[in-house]
Design a protein around this ligand. Structure first.
Ligand SMILES: [Zn+2]
Length: 180
């Protein structure tokens, strides 16, 4: 009997059969976890994505799979955290998620790479995991996706970084003057 060749996702701890597929340049996921996510997101299963909240899957996935510190990973995690913060805590409609994502990095006197800093992520080694959304019964998948997104945000919201995220939101999402 041969041992199955498994790999552990550095972002969510999912242990999956090793994939030879691509990994994202700065989202810190194993190739196998990335493939699971990209398939779920790419198929756009209407049972899952009819719920506009589940459009935040990309935000939750990126906020969970933070990768290693770089200008791109810092900006990506910040933008996706600001989007989750805006929808979940500030009552922005999930249909406005794209507005939140682009607004956070819109051109201004403070270069987008100078706006944000690396935030040490919460411990996601015990999940939640996108593979569990995919493995859920079809009729439970939309709820599982919702729960995944909510749990990723909930873990971040319990870190000491919440005031930093709130301050970024004030400055880069709400304030009309700062970047005008
Ligand atoms: Zn993962």
């Amino acid at each position: 009997m041969t041992e199955p060749d498994l790999e552990t996702c550095p972002g969510c701890g999912a242990v999956l059969p090793r994939s030879t597929g691509p990994v994202h340049r700065y989202i810190g996921a194993s190739a196998s976890c990335w493939e699971v996510y990209a398939t779920l997101n790419g198929l756009g299963d209407p049972a899952v994505f009819l719920d506009p909240f589940n459009g935040l899957l990309v935000d939750a996935y990126a906020a969970q799979h933070v990768g290693v510190p770089s200008d791109q990973s810092i900006q990506s995690v910040a933008v996706h955290l600001l989007t989750l913060y805006g929808v979940i805590l500030q009552g922005v409609s999930p249909e406005q998620a794209l507005w939140l994502r682009t607004r956070a990095v819109r051109p201004g006197p403070i270069h987008k790479h100078a706006r944000f800093a690396w935030l040490e992520p919460p411990d996601f080694t015990a999940g939640p995991r996108v593979i569990d959304v995919v493995n859920a019964e079809p009729q439970r998948r939309a709820a599982a996706c919702r729960a995944y997104i909510a749990q990723v945000w909930s873990a971040w919201s319990r870190t000491p970084h919440l005031p930093t995220i709130a301050a970024w939101y004030e400055r880069y999402i709400l304030d009309e003057g700062t970047l005008a």
